[in-house]
Design a protein around this ligand. Sequence first.
Ligand code: SF4
Length: 334
Amino acid sequence: MYSLDKIRENRGSKLDLVELLTAAGGLQQELFARAREVRRQHHGDKVLLRGVIEISSHCQKNCSYCTMRSANKSLDRYSLHPGEILALAENISNAGLETVFLQGGQNPFNDQCLEQVIPVIKHDMNLEVLLCLGERPKSVYEKFARLGADSYILKFETSDPELYQDMAHASLANRLQCISWIKEAGLKLGTGNIIGLPNQTLNTIAEDIILALRIQPDFISCSPFTPGGNTPFQHFPAGGLSLTLNTMAIYRIFMPSALIPTVSALETLQKGGQRMGLDAGANVMTINFTPREKRELYKIYTEQRFVVSLDHVQQTAEKAGLRIQKRTHASHQA
Ligand code: SF4
């Protein structure tokens, strides 16, 4: 049987990674058990929580898998006002969460609003601010850091420049440059890849892992490809659950201290998918605080998205034998 110890000795070998990516049966169980043990040693039994607010569905980019792509003129677009965002951040605080995750399409018109809300969330509410707002100039990442943002997620999505160009209609080199700028701005960095993209191979995913190891992010995530409606990729099949979980477990073993989310797209693929993500070594869950009527317009990956609630997170963590980490002084309101 293929041995995990051999993989550790040859850390980063592409052949070994491909072998692990296809792990099934006993080897897969060994892989997941090892990932859980690494998580236990580095993070204990805690699941960290983030509260996401999807601040705007306007986007300049035209990614081929995403319903929010700029070419999709049939989507009603919205942007939340600063007052709405702050009220939602207050809900996140009252629910006992420590991190407000502001996510939106790539859209510089949100900057004025962000200049108002980031300092209040960080300094008045005393919460961590995590951003996911796309590719921006270095000076903008520096401004976000000065305003009080703690961290920023920008997935490289794939390590294959041609695949990235075909899918995102933009250059991977520029995206990787932005990833460097985020780090240089002093923000903690989250990045990661998508599993199951059209024309992606196992070799490409192994290269993704090698790229992630080179970047050494603070958070690493991996999501299954989910084809959005009204997109050029809408008829391609979704990414595989097993391959996504194997990638997550490999990330956990090779990047022990990184935070790894079990993303809602896993639950969309299969009921119980997020619990499987925890079983594969993940330690972060994100609860959605976007108002329902706006949430339905935020179609980043798919129309049939699973919306994560606090109850779902509690039950999922419990089933995985873990406990959620909340602030002790907060009142539960969600
Ligand atoms: S994936 Fe993100 S950057 Fe690409 S079109 Fe969708 S919202 Fe915009």
